[in-house]
Design a protein around this ligand. Structure first.
Ligand SMILES: Cc1ncc(COP(=O)(O)O)c(C=O)c1O
Length: 343
């Protein structure tokens, strides 16, 4: 029998399990644009409570959840600060400018971490001569930063800076669950530091679709309006919310297994000098600068043997562990990837 493909490109590739599909099939649904979908209402209340906020809003994707939050925090012709590798400026196709009239300015990315003093020095006050800063966005964990986790102390410093400057803080928490599991920081403690968070159910948690914007009751009321304007008002989407609720119940604590598997991959590849940074969570960042093979050739050789790897640039790539890769898959990936690097 042919061996199954080991897909390490992203944690977005997971497929709903039989138990998740059962939860979806049992979902009671209604029209969510009327606010009448019980599963969605329950999901929103549960996620708001997890982060210690008043309210939350289900959104079709992490990108839309981020963009709703940015439009809440930054009026047109005002500015967002984030790092140069942030998802909001790398992969969201200019949405902040296109939909929100938001100007974005970036600080140099330093893996998954940040220096609060660098950010503080960039904040511009109100005035007619320069674009005023209204919000700062951080990513926890950081996707292009190799799954790095910003330490709680750094985030607290950033909150103090934002308070003094009277600017808002947004967290792109697509993988905040991984930070919570890796550093043991309660989700509510992260929640208390941010004006808005967007959190994904469809990455490490394994739901097929869905993200949630978290914030104050007043903000989420406005968020509902912005979501509708962006075409994100869904109808009987409780089927999707049921998958998200199932994922929250069953798939947070098990992320520790994905982190351990990423650490195993990293340990096996470390002798070949291709690790860009240690694997802190479920992402193994790869750097082929010193290798004899480049990232596309490495990925092509791996694919030929049934192991899928992400190429981020000519010399950079990554491996991501998730729900659909077990220990046997990691064994196979280690055997294939180390053989390619040895040859
Ligand atoms: C950090 C981060 N934020 C936001 C998103 C966007 O999520 P979606 O693909 O659901 O739009 C992703 C997707 O991978 C991500 O990694």
């Amino acid at each position: 029998m042919a061996e199954r493909t080991v897909d390490l490109r992203s944690d977005t590739v997971t497929r709903p399990t039989a138990a998740m599909r059962e939860a979806m099939a049992r979902a009671e649904v209604g029209d969510d644009v009327y606010g009448e979908d019980p599963e969605i209402n329950a999901l929103e209340a549960e996620v708001a409570a997890l982060f210690g906020h008043e309210a939350a809003l289900f959104a079709p994707s992490g990108s839309m959840a981020n963009q709703i939050a940015l439009q809440l925090l930054v009026p047109p012709a005002h500015e967002l600060l984030c790092d140069a590798d942030a998802h909001v400026v790398t992969y969201e196709i200019g949405a902040a400018a296109a939909y929100g009239g938001i100007s974005s300015r970036t600080w140099p990315a330093v893996g998954g971490d940040l220096d609060p003093d660098v950010v503080a020095a960039m904040i511009r006050p109100d005035g007619y001569w320069a674009v005023p800063t209204r919000a700062i966005a951080v990513e926890q964990t950081h996707n292009r930063g190799g799954g790095g986790v910003i330490p709680l102390a750094t985030l607290r410093q950033l909150r103090d800076i934002a308070d003094v400057a009277q600017v808002a803080l947004h967290c792109d928490g697509a993988r905040i669950w991984h930070a919570h599991v890796a550093d043991g920081v309660p989700l509510a403690e992260y929640g208390a530091l941010f004006d808005t968070l967007s959190v994904c159910l469809s990455k490490g948690l394994g739901a097929p679709v869905g993200s949630v914007v978290v914030g104050s009751a007043d903000k989420i009321k406005r968020a509902r309006f912005i979501r509708k304007r962006m075409g994100g008002g869904m109808r009987q989407a409780g089927i999707l919310a049921a998958a998200g609720r199932y994922a929250l119940r069953t798939n947070i604590d098990r992320l520790a297994e994905d982190h351990a598997r990423a650490a195993r991959l990293a340990e096996a590849l470390e002798p070949f000098g291709v690790l860009a940074a240690p694997a802190r969570t479920n992402i193994v960042p790869l750097d082929f600068t010193k290798a004899t093979i480049d990232a596309p050739a490495f990925a092509a050789a791996a694919r030929a043997e049934g192991v899928l790897v992400s190429v981020l640039g000519p010399r950079t790539g990554r491996l991501v562990t998730h729900l659909d890769v077990d220990d046997a898959g990691i064994d196979r990936a280690v055997a294939v990837l180390t053989r390619i690097l040895r040859d």
